[in-house]
Design a protein around this ligand. Structure first.
Ligand code: ADP
Length: 441
């Protein structure tokens, strides 16, 4: 800076000196002064013009050559421009990052102006609120037309939220919060709470189902116990025995409900269990023999067909529970005149499958997709027993998914049902391979 002024004063000094000498030579000091001042002025005008041309040229113009104070002025402007350019780039980058971050936000975010007009929105707002680019500047109340939302828009408070279905898809449930910020802007945040609401419903349904399932046997037990306490000693021995027998039945019903619930919880959220080689043909043989022994001869006979001798890599307890459920269902829901066939065979693609087929009453088609839901039961006319907990097939489904297997259900009313478990080749262990190491499932 000082150097620039020094050079400028040096120029002035030379102009004055030359003017004085010229004044002496021509003997007209006033005229020489006038010429000297005019030249100095022209020098400044030339530089001012260079500055003007440079500024008009925008970013592309090169820094003009200058002398004295002008050199310093050009340099300072050039520095300022460079700093601004860098700052602009930084701002653009930040804006880009902000845009990417808000686009990645799963929640819809909308910036509302003073009159609730839309100033900006992110990508999730297109999906959740059905907003389009052409909606910019429109009043949000005209686009999201729910009375509850309109009310909330008028009187929103920081902490309050409102739940409405998504205007883009009625199946989605949104929770909306409107937060004021800045002078008179507001931020609308809409969160997709469909899954949350579903889980809440599942939880309350689950509690209602468990209470309902326990209430029936408890009421029966209580009734018998009251009868016994109020004069049980006067009852004939046969009635007494029958009562105790019913009480035992109800207690074992509650017991199996609790056992099944614990198994399900363990399967749904328990840690992975080590897998061992499970000799399925032996397991099925044992299960079929047990099924034929229990309650015989009042139920359909169970026939075992072993088309394959391969074993499975899996958890024996879980597989036992799943296969036992399928076989006992087939027996439970069939008439004594029906037959149950259990078949273990290999798939063409290298996997292996278990079919549990019965010639029982079958299941109406509309129930098939929901059979594996917890507590889902179908009332079928002519069924021998309806004493299930509705948890058996849910357990089977979970055991299958833990073994990378799939469960298929086919049924026709009046003709019977077939439950098929298909295991992938990675789970199959051929006879000679039965010593494969354990691995977590
Ligand atoms: P449950 O303990 O009631 O047997 P499941 O989850 O095992 O519960 O079965 C759900 C429903 O599926 C049963 O209530 C029954 O109506 C139907 N079901 C299951 N297996 C059969 C079958 N082999 N034949 C006819 N219906 C069946």
């Amino acid at each position: 800076m000082l150097r620039a002024w020094a050079s400028e004063f040096f120029t002035i000094f030379w102009v004055v000196l030359v003017t004085v000498i010229a004044g002496r030579i021509i003997d007209d000091f006033g005229f020489a002064m006038w010429i000297g001042t005019a030249l100095y002025l022209v020098h400044h005008l030339v530089h001012a013009n260079r500055l003007y041309v440079w500024m008009r040229g925008g970013r592309s113009g090169r820094i003009p050559a200058g002398t004295g104070i002008w050199e310093e002025i050009y340099y300072l402007i050039h520095k300022l421009r460079r700093r601004n350019k860098r700052r602009k780039k930084q701002l653009i980058r930040m804006l880009e990052q902000f845009r990417t971050a808000t686009s990645a936000l799963p929640d819809a975010t909308v910036v509302l102006g003073a009159r609730d007009e839309i100033d900006w929105f992110n990508e999730s707002a297109c999906r959740l609120l059905g907003l389009r680019k052409s909606d910019l500047g429109q009043n949000i109340g005209n686009l999201v037309r729910y009375p509850k939302f309109a009310e909330h828009l008028k009187h929103s408070r920081h902490s309050a939220t409102v739940s409405i279905p998504s205007p883009a898809d009625e199946a989605l449930q949104l929770e909306i919060r409107i937060v004021p910020y800045g002078e008179d802007s507001r931020l609308l945040i809409a969160q997709d709470v469909t899954q949350l609401r579903f889980m809440e419903r599942v939880r309350s349904d689950f509690v209602a189902n468990v209470s309902h399932e326990l209430r029936t046997p408890l009421t029966v037990l209580r009734g018998y116990m009251e009868t016994l306490t109020e004069g049980g000693q006067d009852l004939p021995a046969s009635s007494y025995k029958k009562m105790v027998q019913r009480m035992v039945e109800q207690t074992s019903r509650m017991q199996s409900l609790v056992d099944n619930l614990l198994s399900l919880t363990r399967l749904e959220s328990g840690p992975p269990k080590p897998a061992t080689v499970v000799q399925v043909p032996l397991l099925l043989d044992r299960l079929c023999k047990e099924a034929n022994l229990v309650e015989a001869p009042e139920h359909a006979p169970v026939r075992l067909v072993l088309d394959s001798q391969v074993s499975l890599l899996g958890n024996e307890t879980d597989l036992h529970s799943a296969f036992a459920n399928l076989i006992s269902n087939a027996v439970k829901y069939s008439r004594p005149s029906d037959t149950v066939t259990v078949r273990w065979s290999q798939e063409e693609a290298g996997g292996v499958r278990l079919d549990v087929e019965d010639t029982g009453p079958g299941i109406p088609k509309e129930h098939l997709p929901r059979l594996t839901e917890r507590f889902y039961r179908v009332e079928i006319e002519g069924c021998r027993s309806k004493s299930g907990t509705g948890l058996g097939l849910a357990i089977v489904k979970h055991v299958m998914s833990r073994h990378d297997a799939e469960l298929f259900i086919a049924s026709e009313l009046g003709r019977g049902s077939r439950f098929t478990c298909v295991f992938p080749p990675s789970r199959v262990v051929a006879g000679s391979d039965a010593s494969r190491p354990n691995f977590p499932m």
